[in-house]
Design a protein around this ligand. Structure first.
Ligand code: PLP
Length: 385
């Protein structure tokens, strides 16, 4: 029986939830249970914890899942081998052939690809909608709509959706609301408390936090949904190994500290970009002129470490700038301690080319790390020229 951690503050949950000292040895850190199977006391006689086979459950993974659930203020979390494995399990558990999914008009390219190139072949349709507009969202709901899938802040344009308002629209029609909370993290935003049914994480990003592991998670307080996700994960097998689970758990311990610093540094970078002659637009929900600023201020603790911007000179100039930064490493992914720069149109979101989700060629996306902010600003200003 898991301990009730709800009375603890966020930082305490990050370090202690699911992570009591190992009962056998007193190890303060949860061990990496590198085992595929578990001895049984007679056929079907599972020992304490009920472990049987590591595809189904593994103690290191259980510790991670208890920590993730505690951080999101939820009853259940399930860890996966990647964010996409988590997304696939959620979508396949929640839909059947003939069903329909509504996706935000600005979403991670891989989520769009999963719907457009994989699930479509199995008869699940999808529509991209501006989810910040409740009228447009209501109008897009069909009798066969089963899921609304939203990212806030979204990838890559940092669009903001009012989660409580969207949860209201979804509930009116009996549609499940899934929030991809990868950009915000549970430290900055708690979608389940605002009415979402499921939270998805690519734990590869801020939760892991050190760019050394790929993982994902589904978090929910709905017992039935947890059972469906658990069944499908076990049936399909998209689980993380014990070492990967351990890396995410270790990263999550410092999430609060890192998110404060990511947010501080992003604010310094935004300050340098706004008004720069080579920059035509900055996308950051902390800016008063961002259309989602008020909503973000209401539902987020701070505005996070992701910043996108458009440059004068279009795609050619954007690509040139991305090749000139030194501290901002040119690479996909985000949420690690080191700063990254990427061109969504040609990299993370290339699969949206020709679709309504296509990202303009003049956009660059930054994952602002926790280095010295002055060094980061200098690096960017030098690259902008
Ligand atoms: N959701 C968002 C917002 C992402 O940025 C990503 C990956 O970049 C994913 C989901 C997929 O996660 P993973 O790469 O861990 O499969």
């Amino acid at each position: 029986m898991a301990e009730d951690t709800s009375r603890w503050g966020f930082e305490t949950r990050a370090i202690h939830a699911g992570q009591a000292p190992d009962p056998r040895t007193g190890s303060v850190i949860v061990p990496i249970y590198a085992t595929s199977t578990f001895a049984q006391d007679g056929v079907g006689g599972l020992r304490e914890g009920g472990y049987e086979y590591s595809r189904t459950a593994n103690p290191t993974r259980t510790a991670l899942e208890e920590a993730l659930a505690a951080l999101e203020g939820a009853k259940h979390a399930l860890a996966f081998g990647s964010g996409m494995a988590a997304a696939d399990t959620a979508l396949r558990a929640l839909t059947r052939p003939g069903d329909h999914v509504i996706l935000g008009g600005d979403a991670y390219g891989g989520t769009f690809r999963l719907l457009d190139k994989v699930l479509k072949l199995w008869g699940v349709e999808h529509t991209a909608v501006d989810l910040a507009d409740p009228t447009a969202t209501r109008a897009a709901i069909r009798p066969n709509t089963k899921v609304i899938w939203a990212e806030t802040p979204s990838n890559p344009l940092l669009g903001i959706i009012d989660i409580a308002a969207l949860a209201g629209v979804a509930a009116e029609s009996g549609v499940k609301l899934v929030i991809d909370n990868t950009f915000a993290t549970p430290y900055l935003q708690s979608p389940l408390g605002l009415g979402a049914d499921v939270v998805l994480h690519s734990t590869t990003k801020y939760l892991g936090g050190h760019s050394d592991v790929v993982g994902g998670a589904l978090v929910t307080s709905d017992d039935d949904l947890r059972e469906q996700f658990f069944f499908l994960r076990n049936a399909v097998g998209g689980v993380p190994g014990p070492f990967d689970s351990w890396l995410v758990l270790r990263g999550a311990k410092t999430l609060a500290l890192r998110m404060e610093r990511h947010s501080d540094n992003a604010e310094r970078v935004v300050e340098a970009l706004v008004g720069h002659p080579k920059v035509t637009k900055v996308y950051y929900p902390g800016l008063a002129e961002h259309p989602g600023h008020e909503t973000a201020a209401k539902q987020m603790r701070r505005f996070g470490g992701m910043v996108s911007f458009s440059v004068a000179g279009g795609e050619a100039e954007a690509l040139a700038i991305a090749s000139r930064t030194k501290l901002f490493i040119l690479g996909e992914s985000l949420g690690g301690i080191e700063s990254l720069i990427e061109h969504p149109g040609k990299m993370t979101h290339a699969s949206t080319t020709g679709s309504p989700l296509q990202v303009s060629g003049d956009v660059l996306r930054l994952s602002v790390g926790i280095e010295d902010a002055t060094d980061l600003v200098d690096d960017l200003l030098t690259a902008l020229g």
